[in-house]
Design a protein around this ligand. Structure first.
Ligand SMILES: NC(=O)c1ccc[n+]([C@@H]2O[C@H](COP(=O)([O-])OP(=O)(O)OC[C@H]3O[C@@H](n4cnc5c(N)ncnc54)[C@H](OP(=O)(O)O)[C@@H]3O)[C@@H](O)[C@H]2O)c1
Length: 259
């Protein structure tokens, strides 16, 4: 692959980053999605499969909700030491590298500040920050072989605070810091790292809201509706193929939080 450096000179990067769709976007051929059993993870997997990507989906205890055409489903506890390395070891041997890693692994139980226990705080940081960190670290080699991208799933709670509590907001803010740092360090290896920060998405979470909570939510939303998982998946795929975008946080919340 020949690229152009900052002085406009042709350089051989040694990487295979030449594959593009007819509209010029990077084609995603080989993708790994962690946390694929959640509503957002499932939507991302479906979208990638529909785009023609070969997908390895990761779940912990859940599943994909049916046969969605993934190449492999891998179960791993990504909080346990070694879990991330086991996951990356399970990529098919004939993949030349990884075009896209999407980290949907995460989540939290809602807890008010004063009631939040130390073990709940630690568990939230572990699943929302430590797990994505370890997966990215384990994926650097296959990502750099093809000039791949990482998209991490944070939350608007990182920017605004939120009803889930301080543990979730702090963890998702840390994930944004991790993303920016990874983008700086890994850019020269041809790896882009970005964040999508959804607001409440139509999912198990919004299904549990009372009518009053839902009305308050929609009143504060410019579009006046809840975001669909497929709209988050669209943004993930767009970011993955936006070849000059790295270190960025893209809010997908229907217009509640303007940054
Ligand atoms: N839904 C929303 O409205 C919303 C809004 C903003 C941000 N987000 C964020 O977007 C991401 C996806 O959301 P979602 O609603 O699809 O999430 P979700 O339903 O809570 O799913 C979370 C995923 O993380 C996995 N996971 C949990 N603990 C794990 C562990 N120890 N090791 C490995 N995997 C583990 C779960 O696996 P199993 O189920 O297989 O055990 C599941 O696949 C999350 O990071 C969430 O915080 C969601």
């Amino acid at each position: 692959m020949t690229d152009v450096n900052a002085r406009g000179e042709a350089v051989d990067t040694g990487r295979d980053v030449s594959v593009a769709n007819t509209d010029g976007r990077r084609q995603i051929r080989y993708a790994l999605v962690t946390g694929a059993s959640g509503d957002l993870g499932r939507a991302v997997v479906r979208r990638l499969v529909a785009e023609g990507a070969r997908v390895v989906a990761h779940c912990h205890r859940g599943d994909l909700g049916g046969d969605v055409g993934v190449e492999r489903l891998v179960r791993a506890d990504l909080v346990a030491p070694g879990g991330a390395d086991e996951l990356l070891d399970a990529l098919p041997a004939d993949w030349p590298g990884l075009d896209l890693l999407v980290n949907c692994v995460g989540g939290a139980r809602p807890r008010p500040f004063a009631e939040l226990r130390d073990d709940e705080w630690d568990a939230c940081l572990a699943v929302n920050v430590t797990a994505p960190f370890r997966v990215i670290r384990a994926a650097v080699a296959p990502l750099s072989r093809v000039g791949g991208a990482v998209v991490n799933l944070s939350s608007v709670a990182a920017l605004t605070g939120g009803a889930f509590g301080p543990h979730y907001a702090a963890a998702k803010a840390a994930l944004i810091g991790l993303t920016r740092s990874a983008a700086r360090e890994l850019g020269r290896a041809g790896i882009r790292v970005n964040v999508v920060a959804p607001g409440p998405v139509e999912s198990r979470m919004t299904a549990s809201l009372t009518d009053a909570q839902l009305t308050a939510l929609l009143d504060a939303t410019a579009l006046g509706r809840v975001v669909q998982p497929e709209e988050v998946a669209d943004t993930v795929v767009w970011l993955a193929s936006a070849s000059a975008v790295t270190g960025q946080t893209v809010v997908v919340d229907g217009g509640r939080c303007f940054v």
